[in-house]
Ligand binder design. Structure first.
Ligand code: ZN
Length: 196
């Protein structure tokens, strides 16, 4: 059997593009390959096959359910297909969306975020915590805000990122290239900008 070609399939609606971009960048801090299928104008067999192949080839299916995406036939069909394939699934319910409306995955253990803006870091901490455990990840990539170089930082020994980070203290270390002191949010693992 061929190895999966991606680690995470991120199911979403294009109407949530700004949120999805941030979610993707945050997940990529764990050095995971993330597949984001864009909605297309063309609904031919080739497009359907490409989405189906991406679903078959992923290791883990993460679906961002918002008021917008829960109405998307693509998102709903991707959920059904992922369930049929027996994929590991993490539902993420955002905002007012009601869990019972998510059909086959309504009973699954997932992540609940009250609002995408206020709860973003909290939501990412729970998503990344799930992925860290699933993939048994020990380190992540931090990007220097000064020179842009990536460094590998160790995750805390306690692999529950959320429990570890509840106090909200940023993780800090100096860049191995330029020495700049960088700060990373302990839940989203995104670099905290300090420049004025
Ligand atoms: Zn640097």
């Amino acid at each position: 059997m061929p190895l999966p070609m991606s680690d995470v399939f991120l199911s979403h609606s294009e109407l949530d593009a700004d949120l999805i971009k941030l979610v993707m960048v945050s997940i990529e801090r764990l050095d995971l390959d993330v597949v984001v299928e864009e909605e297309r104008d063309n609904y031919g067999d080739e497009v359907v096959e490409s989405v189906q192949d991406a679903l078959k080839d992923c290791d883990c299916f993460v679906v961002i359910l918002t008021e917008r995406s829960i109405k998307s036939p693509w998102v709903n069909q991707e959920i059904g297909y992922a369930c049929a394939l027996g994929k590991v699934i993490l539902p993420v319910w955002v905002g007012e969306v009601e869990i019972h409306r998510s059909g086959m995955i309504a009973g699954k253990k997932g992540v609940r975020a009250k609002s995408e803006d206020e709860d973003f870091n909290d939501m990412m901490g729970r998503i990344l915590g799930f992925l860290i455990e699933h993939f048994d990840i020990k380190s992540f990539l931090a990007f220097c805000e000064e020179c842009g170089k990536e460094d590998e930082w160790h995750l805390p020994d306690d692999d529950d990122l959320f429990r570890y980070s509840k106090d909200g203290e940023p993780m800090s270390d100096s860049c191995s290239k330029c020495g700049h002191e960088n700060h990373v949010h302990p839940l989203s693992l995104l670099t905290i900008t300090t420049a004025e």
